[in-house]
Design a binder for this molecule. Structure first.
Ligand SMILES: Nc1nc2c(ncn2[C@@H]2O[C@H](COP(=O)(O)OP(=O)(O)OP(=O)(O)O)[C@@H](O)[C@H]2O)c(=O)[nH]1
Ligand SMILES: [Mg+2]
Length: 453
């Protein structure tokens, strides 16, 4: 791992790593990157010496390894710098995939002057050579570790520039705006305005609107395409429907969505609504309260409620003060993610440590929404989650600086302050794509990769 090493490995060393899967297989690929790659291949296989001036090459070779009686067949692929993934001379040695042979081959490369590559170092070099921005480098990790087709699609979209590209245009606009504001600074004493206040406000508002949109898209991307599904379940009369109404808000006609009644058993069928929490779309489902079924209608209500709970990503198990003692049914608790929720907290003291809400006073609702957003994010489990949260951080900071800039113009504050805020907003966008970075950041990002990528 790179982490904890204190400094990044030197980018001009020639490094070597196994680039194919570990273990026996049809073919092993040992990859070298760096200026000494052709010389190292020559030291190992004098019959296959790449010529950097001759462009891309392939040649068959015989690989002789110590203590191995017969030469091994190998294919040597050579790509000269700079048109390679890492921007450096790149060599791949394809040979038989036998773990002891591969180890011997890598040891020979090390003896000939290569250094063992660190996790993610090939992709880090691609980034340092300007071949990939930081969001795309992170997308490589997403592609390599995608666990489903949906995650692969997301990672490929990001690799194609899906996250950073939309912001390029805004960056250009802001750079132009900064240039105009800074040009005006030189003439501030003469009261010459390069951009009038209305134009400034319009240009800032345009940037703000666009970045806000990108921010929303990021949230949806972080969650994949299916909204996180939260089912309200629990005993009858626990206050599920009233809580659902508060979370979902009124419908288009201005009415409550679910029927609420002091008579237990008011909800017969499930009802869903999609809400936005911290920019994340979450589906909330109200279900019939749990109780013993005494007739066909009740049985139907219980079956459909249980069916909804089975397909939930999270169950909010609601209990009013009158049922604080009743635990959730054990099959539910063991199989599915479940958050116990103390409802009607205005009527009784909830158990300590339990999330408590009141649909009447609104107490605890912000905490509940925060918990739902956190669970929804965790649930995504997307390999790009870390990348998205890093980008989100920069985009949020950028929005904050733009809001301040907008404020400064409205209040006719000195243009020096405005220029500073625009510059800070630009720095955040730059940090997102890696135009500005620290060793520590690279360390954190690339140490999540495996060796050889
Ligand atoms: N004081 C107080 N009363 C509440 C609260 N939430 C719900 N109630 C009342 O509790 C009663 C039951 O509420 P519902 O939301 O219908 O309960 P439910 O869990 O949906 O019940 P079923 O549909 O029968 O399963 C109603 O009279 C509500 O007004 C709350 O936070 N505080
Ligand atoms: Mg109800």
């Amino acid at each position: 791992m790179l982490a904890g090493r204190g400094q990044l490995p030197h980018p001009d060393d020639t490094m070597v790593a196994l680039a194919s899967a570990h273990g026996p297989g049809a073919r092993a690929i040992v990859r070298l990157s760096g200026p000494r790659s052709p010389a190292i291949v020559h030291a190992l296989m004098p019959d296959a010496t790449p010529d950097p001036s001759a462009g891309r090459q392939w040649c068959p070779a015989s690989l002789r390894l110590p203590d191995v009686a017969s030469p091994l067949p190998a294919d040597i692929y050579f790509w000269p710098a700079p048109k390679t993934y890492t921007g450096q001379d790149l060599v791949e040695i394809h040979t038989l995939s036998s773990p002891p042979l591969v180890q011997l081959l890598i040891a020979q490369c090390l003896n000939a002057g290569a250094r063992a590559a660190q996790p993610g170092e090939f992709t880090m070099r691609a980034f340092l050579a300007g071949k990939l921005d930081l969001t795309r480098a992170e997308a490589v990790l997403g592609v390599v570790s995608a666990g489903s087709r949906g995650q692969l699609k997301e990672a490929l979209t990001q690799l194609a520039g899906g996250l950073a590209q939309p912001l390029d245009a805004v960056r250009d606009d802001l750079l132009n705006l900064l240039a105009d504001v800074e040009a005006g600074l030189d003439f501030a004493d003469e009261d010459i305005h390069f951009v009038d206040q209305t134009a400034l406000l319009n240009r800032l508002a345009k940037g703000l609107a666009f970045i806000t949109l990108v921010r929303k898209q990021m949230e949806q991307r972080a969650l994949g395409h299916r909204a996180f599904r939260v089912v309200l379940a629990g005993p009858t009369n626990a206050g599920k429907s009233r809580l659902f109404n508060v979370l979902a808000g009124k419908d288009r006609a201005g009415s409550d969505r679910a029927i609420v009644s002091e008579v237990p058993g008011a909800t017969r069928d499930w009802l869903e609504a999609t809400i936005q929490v911290e920019g994340i779309a979450i589906q909330v489902v109200d279900t019939a309260g749990r109780r013993d079924a005494t007739d066909a209608v009740e049985r139907q209500a219980q079956t459909s409620g249980a069916e909804q709970a089975r397909h939930a990503d999270l169950i909010l198990w609601c209990r009013g003060p009158e049922h604080r003692e009743s635990p959730p049914p054990s099959p539910l608790a063991s199989d599915l993610a479940l958050v116990p929720l103390a409802t009607k907290s205005d009527l009784g003291t909830p158990w300590p440590g339990m999330l408590a809400v009141s649909a009447v006073t609104g107490a605890g609702l912000d905490e509940l929404r925060g918990e739902l957003a956190r669970r929804a994010r965790d649930h995504a489990g997307n390999p790009l989650t870390a990348s998205l949260s890093r980008c989100r951080h920069h985009v949020d900071a950028c929005l904050e600086h733009l809001r301040l800039a907008h404020h400064l113009v409205l209040e006719e504050q000195p243009p020096e302050l405005l220029a500073l805020e625009i510059r800070l907003a630009l720095e955040e966008l730059g940090a997102m794509v890696g135009a500005v970075y620290t060793d520590d950041l690279l360390d954190r990002i690339f140490s999540r990769f495996c060796i050889g990528k």
